[in-house]
Design a binder for this molecule. Structure first.
Ligand code: ADP
Ligand code: MG
Length: 404
């Protein structure tokens, strides 16, 4: 068992908190504040317990010099300050004198947020540009050690990066004496563990998204614990191909047909494929053409599951006690091809007394965009991290935290 916030006294302590403020931004404004909201319970708990709270996160990918401007965390500091109803001091560096001084002068219940940790990916410690530096994402030990020296206790509450071995999570944790998980990570682990290690049956998994190659390991792991796996999205067509069904111009991964064949063979009938599709002549939001059966016209591509599949999936979900959903049923970004994803959302949300979890960045975004945010037991904040968790992998960001 990993240590949690309840294992420490925080009064007067400088607490380094790795949060996940990797939020979508447009024109310097945060366009979706879910991740900031998800970090509030830990931050508020630390403030209530008289800690000095030092927050940090990455934001986006930092590859070129222009990214430094585009991906500043400053707008998040302003947003957070409104939410906490108190000042959040923003430090526009990730290391050095100014940051150290600000932290040294902190009083209990004050909050500092420092700049995007991935700035270290293209800068040296003296601030000069070095596009090959990768100090954050290659877990540079000097950087991890340095950050760990800035505080007394490290709290990892960034589930979205828990599958990465970076300086701002694994690096710090391996050098600091005291560490624990934050409330968000604790909750994410509890929810996902309940599905993967201890599911109440019937357990139905719904897997979709673009590519089967992204989800092979998840399907393999879920086959061990789930009663049924409903497959939709672009990946269904590689399975169709494996069965000799006509797929037209649909997305098919030729090099994954063999593995799809094998998964079907070893699935004991647990894998359930769509029985019709909503198709289009091109990858565009055109009026859907519904296939009569699984076969897709040679000139068309399947962009969503069809109405018969919607009914079938609804039936297969009936009575489920545990449901995990990862990956949209179609190209939900096109309004004409969102029906499958929407219907699955609705079917899951209507299940009485079921434990329902969404893991997967796009599926979570789809559910929220379609208005189903409050209808699930849990919507994971981690795309890649929840996927790797469901694959049965150990997440280094969590593993590196001290045991009880
Ligand atoms: P998640 O982030 O939930 O794990 P993925 O990233 O695997 O989901 O897949 C999401 C993407 O899959 C979406 O952008 C969606 O447009 C795409 N997609 C779903 N169905 C199809 C399809 N039939 N053809 C092409 N792309 C698809
Ligand atoms: Mg995705």
């Amino acid at each position: 068992m990993k240590k949690t916030l309840k294992d420490y006294k925080f009064k007067n302590k400088t607490v380094l908190v790795r949060v996940d403020f990797n939020v979508p931004m447009k024109d310097g404004k945060v366009t979706n504040d879910n991740r900031v909201n998800a970090a509030l319970p830990t931050i508020e708990y630390l403030l209530d317990n008289d800690a000095k709270v030092v927050l940090f996160s990455h934001l986006g990918k930092i590859k070129k010099e222009e990214d430094l401007k585009k991906n500043s965390l400053m707008p998040v500091a302003e947003l957070l300050s409104k939410k906490l109803k108190k000042p959040v001091k923003f430090v526009n560096s990730i290391e050095g004198h100014e940051l150290e001084e600000k932290i040294n002068k902190m009083k209990p219940t004050e909050v500092v947020l420092f700049e995007n940790t991935r700035f270290a990916d293209i800068t040296n410690s003296d601030g000069t540009i070095n596009l090959e530096a990768k100090r954050e994402s290659k877990n540079d030990s000097t950087l991890g050690k340095y950050w760990s020296s800035l505080g007394d206790i490290f709290v990892n509450d960034a589930f979205g990066t828990a599958h990465r071995e970076h300086a701002s999570n694994v690096g710090i944790a391996s050098y600091i004496k005291n560490s624990c998980l934050g409330f968000l990570v604790e909750k994410e682990v509890a929810m996902l563990e309940k599905c993967i290690n201890n599911p109440q049956s019937p357990f139905v998994a719904i897997i979709g998204g673009a590519k089967v190659s992204d989800k092979i390991n998840v399907i393999q792991n879920l086959l061990k614990v789930a009663d049924k796996i409903l497959i939709g999205g672009g990946m269904a067509y590689t399975f169709f191909k494996a069965k000799g069904i006509e797929t037209g111009n649909s997305l098919v991964e030729k090099d994954r047909i063999d593995i799809a064949t094998e998964l079907l063979k070893n699935s004991n009938g647990k894998i359930i494929l769509p029985i019709d599709s909503a198709a289009s002549a091109s990858f565009a939001n055109d009026k859907p053409i519904f296939s009569a059966d699984q076969n897709i016209d040679v000139n068309l591509m399947g962009l969503d599951i069809g109405p018969k599949s919607i009914e079938l999936f609804k039936k297969e979900l009936e009575g489920a006690k545990t449901v995990v959903w990862n990956g949209p049923m179609g190209v939900f970004e096109f309004s004409n091809y969102a029906a499958g994803t929407k219907a699955v959302c609705k079917s899951i949300s209507e299940l009485a007394g079921a434990f329902t979890v969404i893991g997967g960045g796009d599926s979570a975004a789809a559910a929220i965009q379609l208005g189903f945010e409050d209808k699930f037991t849990h919507i994971s904040t981690g795309g890649g991290a929840s996927l790797e968790f469901m694959e049965g992998k150990i997440l280094p960001g969590i593993d590196s935290i001290q045991n009880k």
